[in-house]
Design a protein around this ligand. Structure first.
Ligand code: AGP
Length: 600
């Protein structure tokens, strides 16, 4: 998702590197182009944009022009393409008549605004919705005689959709403006009031300040630079000047490094045992008692949705209350029937997924109870839920969710089973055993690479793990992979089975094992290649199976059935990682993906 960093600085030295460093902390959000703009001490506007990674932008500013700029007003942007293909002309910042803006979100009424501006004689260079913002501000200054700040306020009132916008103008070089509606935005100022920052998230700020202030929906912030220092004011959506809470930035620069691992993805998978333990240790059962509610609805997207699917088995089996699980983007538009006696749980790693956030807002509008399980403290979902539990997975930089998934399912399990009855040592030991099986995982990757496509199948709690495994394979290796209930394969998908299709069978030693093995036999009988993920105590049964067709088997620690998803979940993460690595994929920043999907 797009990332924004901006600064209004009184510093006398060059702050280019500070801005670029903060933008590089936004890389985890996923992007395809980047750019910066600056208004220097002589009110000259500079801009450069590039397609591709931040390294290309760094190369583009390795000039005297940029290195000679001291202080100034800067905006930086990493773009995840929504409107308009990946091209330099579509990269931000967008500029018009000395006004430069960067935008995260979607302007839903951009076409009508664009038509109005074209009729007024403006020509557009990009295919984006965002360019409308720069031109609209410039248009208001030019035709209505508005000051820059007032033109920005007028623009904010006109825009429909979601946005986090920063804006500077060479006609008002001592001002930096931020506007927030629907997309995350935070601010901070250093202790000497010499640098004021606006950015998309706490990670971008982690190298800039120890404190952070999260803006709320409709907030408009104006920072002004004078010789005496920088001051700022925040206006709320109803036009009142407000104070927003200053809180410690819990994400510090030190905890977002690779710590010697070759990738964030590998580092974060290898943290999964520690994260399971930390979640267990920090969970406070007093925060919620699910059994008090008439039913539970879990709502999320992607991997977080699979964690919810898993929780359904646990809640219904262990607490015996009816449980629904919904994809957030479907839930919010189907006019759902809600009951105030129910608990609505929203699970999100980033806490900014717009589908999940808007679904939660819909539930709050109906006066129902919302509980958020979120990994990013201070995120929108974390701040707006009635009850919030922060998963202690720590910053997850790899775009594909891994350790946050383990923390989510541990949190959800602890809501169903008294903490003292969860054998965390067994879980931690089993996960570490899988993590140590590095050689086998690399062998397994070779077995899968070259398949035309991959199925993942499982029954019961192994079905969400099958879905998670397939998603990770898609995200990391770009191979076509689909997760199915094992019992569903024979109802059509089996037509796709041949010797170029690999099926990963998630078959722990639980009550579903025999049926899952039967489904596996149906696939082997049709020359499908099979990778069987089984519990170690199933090893003696393997002889009669491995004699039929191409079958590889990975034995995982045998443990109490309820804990199997932890072990098989880590295994499918490692399998996807090793396949992707073996074919040279960028495992931390897979193509087309964003870490935090803040647009619909
Ligand atoms: C998971 O690996 C993907 N990156 C994606 O499906 C993700 O789970 C989904 O976008 C939801 O994100 P969230 O947990 O931050 O809400």
């Amino acid at each position: 998702m797009c990332g924004i960093v901006s600064v209004l600085s009184l510093d006398e030295d060059c702050i280019l590197d500070r801005i670029l460093g903060a933008m590089e902390r936004l890389e985890y959000r996923g992007y395809d182009s980047a750019g910066i703009a600056c208004i220097d001490a002589s009110a000259k506007l500079h801009r450069v944009r590039s397609v591709g990674r931040m390294a290309k932008l760094r190369d583009a500013v390795r000039t005297d022009q940029w290195s000679s700029i001291n202080g100034g007003a800067w905006i930086g942007h990493t773009r995840w393409a929504t409107h308009g293909q990946v091209a330099e002309r579509n990269a931000h910042p967008h500029v018009c008549d000395g006004v430069a803006i960067a935008h995260n979100g979607i302007i839903e009424n951009y076409q009508s605004l664009k038509n109005e501006l074209i009729s007024a004689g403006y020509e557009f260079e990009s295919d984006t919705d965002s360019e409308v913002i720069a031109k609209l501000i410039a248009y208001y200054v030019k035709t209505r005689g508005l000051q820059f700040e007032e033109a920005c306020r007028e623009c904010m009132h006109v825009l429909q959709g979601t946005f986090a916008i920063v804006a500077i103008s060479q006609n008002v070089p001592n001002t930096l403006i931020g506007m927030k509606l629907g997309s995350p935005m935070a601010i901070c100022i250093d202790g000497q009031c010499r640098n004021f920052y606006i950015a998309s998230d706490a990670i971008a700020m982690s190298s800039l300040s120890n404190s952070i202030t999260y803006l709320l929906e409709g907030d408009f912030v104006v920072a002004t630079r004078t010789q005496g220092g920088i001051t700022y004011t925040i206006t709320s959506s109803d036009g009142l000047e407000v104070e927003r809470g200053v809180e410690p930035n819990k994400i510090q620069a030190s905890c977002v490094g690779k710590n010697g691992y070759e990738s964030f993805m590998l580092k974060e998978i290898c943290e999964e045992a520690i994260v399971a333990r930390r979640t267990y240790d920090t969970f406070d059962p007093r925060i919620i008692d699910i059994s008090k509610f008439s039913k539970v609805s879990l709502i999320a997207c992607g991997t977080s949705y699979y964690a919810c699917l898993l929780a359904k088995y646990w809640i219904e089996a262990l607490i015996k209350i009816p449980t629904d699980v919904e994809v957030a983007s479907e839930f919010r538009y189907r006019n759902p029937v809600m009951v105030t006696s129910a608990l609505y749980i929203f699970v999100s790693q980033s806490g900014e997924t717009i589908d999940t956030l808007c679904a939660m807002r819909l539930v709050k509008e109906r006066s129902c109870t919302t509980l958020a399980i979120v990994n990013v403290d201070g995120s929108s979902i974390a701040r707006e839920a009635d009850i919030t539990i922060i998963t202690p997975a720590g910053p997850e930089i790899g775009v594909a969710s891994t350790k946050s998934f383990v923390s989510q399912i541990m949190m959800l399990l602890l809501m169903c089973v008294p903490k003292e009855r969860v054998d965390i040592v067994q879980i931690e030991t089993a996960i570490n055993s899988v993590l140590a099986d590095k050689h086998n995982m690399e062998e397994i990757a070779r077995f899968i690479v070259g398949s035309r496509s991959v199925f993942y199948i499982g029954r019961g709690p192994s079905y969400p793990i099958a879905l998670e495994g397939a998603l990770k394979m898609k995200e990391l290796s770009y191979m076509n992979a689909e997760g199915y209930p094992a019992g569903e394969i024979k109802h059509g998908p089996i037509a796709l089975i041949d010797d170029e299709v690999c099926t990963v069978v998630i078959a722990p030693h639980d009550e579903y094992l025999d049926k899952t093995i039967s489904n596996m036999q149906e696939i082997i009988a049709r020359n499908g290649s099979v990778l069987l993920l089984a519990s170690q105590d199933f090893r003696e049964h393997m002889r009669e199976i491995s004699s039929h067709g191409a079958t590889e088997c990975l034995f995982l620690p045998t443990l109490h059935n309820v804990y199997n998803p932890f072990v098989f979940g880590v295994a499918v993460h490692l399998i996807a990682y090793n396949v992707a690595k073996s074919i040279g994929r960028d495992v931390d920043k897979p193509r087309n993906l964003a870490k935090s999907v803040t647009v619909e």
